[in-house]
Design a binder for this molecule. Structure first.
Ligand SMILES: C[S@@+](CC[C@H](N)C(=O)[O-])C[C@H]1O[C@@H](n2cnc3c(N)ncnc32)[C@H](O)[C@@H]1O
Length: 223
């Protein structure tokens, strides 16, 4: 007899396989580097969501802004399959997905090809030995810098205060990072745009637990 765990595992495998069949999903063999505009069929701004998971944020904003292109990136195809299939069903041609490790990001986007990068609730990797996996570490930042336009921005939000403070230390120590916006309670910050406050499922749960959302927007000044 199949258990719930078996059924969930089968569903996951189905979603993983399904990812590769969708026309808006790409893997590391894609040849879109420097040519994402050709894929989207326009010269509109390109915005990335790193570690997008189910990409609720990009899905909502791609619907709201047809004049912008979004690419969600994650290591897990089963998570991206769901928003990718919604985008196909709803004819959202400005949303695509890429299955890569973020340290490969500069192999898949050309120099200065990207307008904006969102890092939404990344895994905190709290143990010291896991620290190298944190998405806001200098080796990751170097890659983001190379693909961003000179006036491009990185926008980062997290419920995890320790990760947030760690990231601020990284930004201050790293030459050429300029903090443009900062809030230790994004949803209470009236000056912050409403789009930043779009609440994903996780975000709603964190807020319900009384955890404020930390937000920082930054850019690279020596580009
Ligand atoms: C905590 S989840 C957040 C998902 C989503 N951003 C949200 O707010 O609901 C973090 C995601 O980052 C992805 N991830 C972690 N490290 C990554 C890496 N080096 N490259 C690509 N994706 C990564 C994980 O697979 C996971 O889906």
């Amino acid at each position: 007899m199949r258990t719930i765990v078996d059924r969930m595992a089968r569903k996951k495998e189905k979603r993983k396989a399904g990812f590769h069949e969708l026309p808006n999903c790409f893997d590391r063999n894609t040849k879109n580097k420097g040519r994402w505009g050709e894929y989207f069929g326009n010269d509109l701004p390109i915005i990335l969501e790193l570690g997008c998971g189910k990409a609720e944020f990009s899905l909502a904003l791609a619907k709201k802004y047809p004049e912008r292109n979004y690419v969600g990136i994650d290591l897990k195809t089963d998570r991206m399959w769901y928003p990718a299939s919604i985008a196909v069903d709803e004819g959202l041609s400005n949303l695509a997905f890429l299955w890569i490790h973020l340290l490969e990001i500069d192999e898949h986007f050309g120099e200065k090809e990207i307008d904006e990068i969102w890092i939404t609730f990344p895994d905190p990797f709290p143990k010291a030995r896991q620290a190298k996996h944190r998405m806001i570490n200098p080796p990751f930042l170097e890659k983001y810098k190379s693909i961003l336009k000179p006036d491009g921005k990185v926008k980062f939000k997290t419920d995890n205060r320790e990760l947030f403070l760690y990231s601020l230390e990284v930004f201050v120590k790293k030459e050429g990072v300029k903090l443009d916006e900062l809030s230790f309670d994004l949803h209470a910050a009236e000056e912050m745009p409403e789009d930043y406050k779009f609440k994903t499922t996780y975000e709603k749960e964190f807020l319900a637990m009384g955890l404020p959302i930390n937000y920082v927007g930054f850019s690279f000044v020596d580009k």
